[in-house]
Design a protein around this ligand. Structure first.
Ligand SMILES: Cc1cc2nc3c(=O)[nH]c(=O)nc-3n(C[C@H](O)[C@H](O)[C@H](O)COP(=O)(O)O)c2cc1C
Length: 372
């Protein structure tokens, strides 16, 4: 609705004043040394703020304390919503880019993961995330996303025990992860190759084959694996890992193999589940690859295979798989609290199970009984 209204208004403005010149010169803006931080699900990302009346008022507001807003995805390019207060505007016609933090209509904040042309006031830019990392971080496509704005990075640890790790070249695994995380509480990281814009489909998928051949020729050498970028979340901090990978030439996609190879020590002992997406080939070799790469994980159960014919039915397939592997029991299982976690501030019930949203009652916090 908002997008539709904006589009109509924009067309009217352009017709009336021939105003089609976007001012995209974000780099020409002066920036503040003060950073802002956006925290979503315990992950904080820094934002470089432009120096204008709106950001000065915003910083003054955040000096009184962090502000949490609820944002919703819209138009396939942003999450946005009301700030709960107004800021001075200096609107200009711009084409907002992925990562831009924008003030819309004086009292709404838009966090962009795509592009949109409109009359906006620039607030800043999220530092250092690629377009697809932004989609993951901003929970693109989701609703009621709790977003905290603050002047220091959030120290809130993640509430999640499960990390979903995925690689996706053509988007199927990304869709699988979006469906999966609509069914379970989990943090998500995307594996991305350092080499960008690779055409793995070219010449009968030859590049993918070459990468796999290099791994198979010398699987114990890290140089055999295509380099990947550092990920936002450390597997070490999670008990459960759900790994989502495409199948390439009947094997695990090469960048997914890199992640497992370089994290094999961190993953040892973790509970590990795998979902494999292929066009039609069966996944037994991918399972064998995982067994070679991370021999010391505890498998949650059989891996889930989603192929081209049943991809559209993935919500049911995932739901059934989670039931088959007894995911609910796995994810709430009693765990031994290590000494460095004793003062973590996490809350446990009297059975030693971690509680995310405790209601009234007696709990254990930092090794002591507390009444909430
Ligand atoms: C390099 C490459 C090789 C592939 N080899 C196979 C194959 O041997 N068998 C198959 O069924 N699908 C194969 N596929 C198709 C992918 O497994 C399938 O499209 C999958 O859903 C892709 O996941 P993604 O969209 O998350 O990248 C291949 C895809 C690529 C890019």
């Amino acid at each position: 609705m908002k997008t539709f209204t904006r589009t109509l208004l924009m067309m009217a403005v352009m017709m009336l004043c021939g105003c089609s010149d976007d001012n995209n010169d974000a780099m020409a803006q002066n920036t503040m040394t003060q950073k802002m931080y956006i925290t979503i699900d315990g992950v904080s990302q820094s934002v470089t703020l432009y120096d204008n009346a709106a950001t000065q008022a915003l910083v003054a507001k955040l000096q009184d304390g962090a502000v949490t807003v609820t944002l919703n995805s819209s138009g396939g390019f942003e999450i946005w919503g009301p700030l709960g207060f107004s800021l001075p505007t200096s609107n200009e016609q711009i084409t907002a880019q992925p990562g831009d933090v924008i003030l819309y209509n004086g009292s709404n904040i838009c966090l962009m993961y795509g592009t949109n042309s409109w009359s906006y006031t620039r607030l800043g830019k999220i530092d250092g995330l690629s377009a697809s990392e932004l989609e993951t971080f901003l929970k693109a496509g989701q609703s009621n996303i709790s977003v905290t704005l603050s002047l220091t990075p959030s120290s809130i640890p993640s509430n999640n025990n499960t990390l979903v790790v995925y690689y996706s070249y053509t988007g199927n695994c990304r869709e699988i992860v979006q469906t999966l995380t609509s069914q379970i509480q989990a943090d998500v990281v995307e594996i991305q190759t350092v080499a960008e814009n690779q055409d793995y489909n070219a010449n009968g998928y030859q590049l993918g084959q070459d990468l796999l051949d290099a791994i198979n020729a010398n699987p114990e050498c890290v140089d055999s694996y295509p380099p990947i970028k550092p990920v936002l979340r450390d597997a070490e901090n999670y008990e459960n890992i759900i790994f989502v990978t495409p199948l390439w030439h009947s094997q695990m996609a090469a960048p997914a193999q890199t992640y497992l190879f370089i994290n094999r020590e961190k993953l040892a002992g973790k509970k590990f589940g795998m979902i494999v997406s292929s066009w039609s080939s069966g996944i037994s070799t991918v399972v064998a690859n995982a067994n070679r790469l991370v021999p010391d994980v505890q498998w949650m159960g059989e891996s889930l295979w989603i192929n081209h014919n049943n991809h559209a039915n993935r919500a049911t397939l995932i739901e059934n798989w989670l039931e088959d592997i007894h995911y609910e029991d796995i994810s709430t299982i009693v765990r031994i609290i290590s000494s460095d976690q004793k003062n973590s501030g996490e809350i446990y019930n009297l059975n030693g199970q971690r509680v995310i949203n405790p209601s009234h009652g007696i709990y254990i916090k930092n090794g002591k009984k507390v009444i909430l």
